[in-house]
Design a protein around this ligand. Structure first.
Ligand code: HEM
Length: 349
């Protein structure tokens, strides 16, 4: 059964054949339950625990200690904590090339460089950062492996820069993180969560601005980003593990079931969106229904990097010249995150 069959049966969840009990749901009520009830829907044992890149730190910390971990991390990643980072990122946005360019490839290295700026004032070995992050954007099973030699080199580089920041603070995220217990681990894990999500959002934004240049105005950019994240949510599927048996609208779900919420299905559901499959920024003149728009998740576990992602996207779009689209394959490709199949050829107009 898929979403359509679930709808016809008058329900909002359906089973998945994953070799273990698994259900996915797509209604706002389901999203709210999964994202708000942290005692029932646990992160340890979820899909993220199986991905070495994400298996650590805040991502797999459960209630009640999760709230405490977020309280320690949130200030660095909040708008005030990021003020200095914003200035540095704005200065580090690379110029858009003069020749025809694949927007996906450009977004990939631009986001990597801007994360290097935000976290490390640009001092992390760029070749190592690329080797570390590249597998995340490849199809499965590449994201499931983190080469031990790369992991060891990343840890060494984090320690090297961390020591420097303890002696001489800078206006970057590492300066805040190195002072926290487990801060270097949080830096590594959050970098992995940050890169391809932000890359995919930026690539789609570039593509749509090149296709619909009437939206390429500073006052329109926030709406373009919102609409890109609706139509192509990089975090297209979230997962949890059920801590105890649950009766969901008459469906008996056993303890241990892998439980998913599908941002992708919710964001494209005709029950909650007009013209759900159209790129239509004007829709944002109206507020969406509660729990029907969740590109950054929701509740206590809302994306730690929400402000950082918006900062990188906003500052990059602000410096972008007028673009025109050439040819490309924008169709969404689900992987660890959802992104365009690519390439997406665009040129300066
Ligand atoms: C457009 C870019 C991004 C998107 C669409 C995105 C999406 C998401 C989503 C949907 C979640 C919730 C997952 C869940 O609870 O099931 C999440 C959590 C998280 N994100 Fe992001 N993210 C983005 C950028 C970033 C950045 C830049 C960082 C860097 C700090 C980051 C770090 C994290 C972390 C650490 C979590 C786990 C938070 C927790 O469990 O308390 N993300 N993100």
């Amino acid at each position: 059964m898929g979403a359509a069959a679930a709808r016809s049966a008058g329900t909002d969840i359906f089973g998945l054949a994953l070799g273990q009990p698994a259900v996915v749901g797509f209604s706002p009520a389901w999203n709210r339950a999964v994202l708000s009830d942290l005692e029932t829907f646990r992160s340890r044992g979820s899909f993220s625990s199986l991905v070495p890149y994400l298996n650590g730190g805040v991502i797999v910390t459960d209630a009640p200690s999760h709230a405490q971990t977020r309280r320690r991390l949130n200030p660095a990643f909040g708008p005030r904590g990021l003020a200095g980072v914003r200035r540095a990122v704005a200065q580090a946005v690379p110029p858009f090339p003069a020749e025809p360019t694949d927007a996906l490839a450009w977004a990939d290295h631009t986001v990597r460089d801007l994360l290097n700026t935000a976290y490390f004032s640009g001092e992390f070995d760029p070749a190592l950062l690329q080797r570390f992050l590249a597998p995340l954007r490849r199809p499965f099973p590449a994201p499931m492996w983190l080469a031990p030699t790369v992991l060891a080199a990343v840890r060494r580089e984090l320690r090297r820069l961390g020591h420097l920041r303890l002696k001489q603070p800078r206006d970057d995220l590492l300066t805040a993180l190195v002072r926290l217990d487990g801060g270097l681990l949080e830096a590594r894990i959050s970098l992995a969560a940050a890169h391809d999500t932000t890359t995919h959002a930026l690539a789609y934004a570039l593509w749509h601005l090149a296709q619909d240049p009437q939206y390429h105005l500073p006052e329109q950019h926030p709406t373009v980003i919102r609409e890109v994240l609706r139509l192509y949510p990089p975090g297209w599927m979230g997962s949890r593990r059920l801590a105890h048996d649950l009766d969901w609208q008459g469906h008996q779900l056993a303890r241990g079931t892998l439980v998913l919420y599908s941002t992708y299905l919710t964001h494209r559901a005709p029950e909650w969106w007009d013209r759900p499959l159209d790129f239509w920024p004007e829709r944002w003149q109206h507020k969406p229904a509660a729990w029907s728009y969740l590109p950054f998740g929701g509740g206590e576990r809302t994306c730690l990097g929400l402000h950082l992602a918006q900062l990188i996207l906003g500052e990059t779009l602000a410096q972008l010249p007028p673009l025109r689209s050439l040819t490309g394959h924008p169709g969404p490709l689900p992987g660890l995150t959802l992104g365009p199949r690519g390439p997406l050829w665009v040129r300066r107009d």
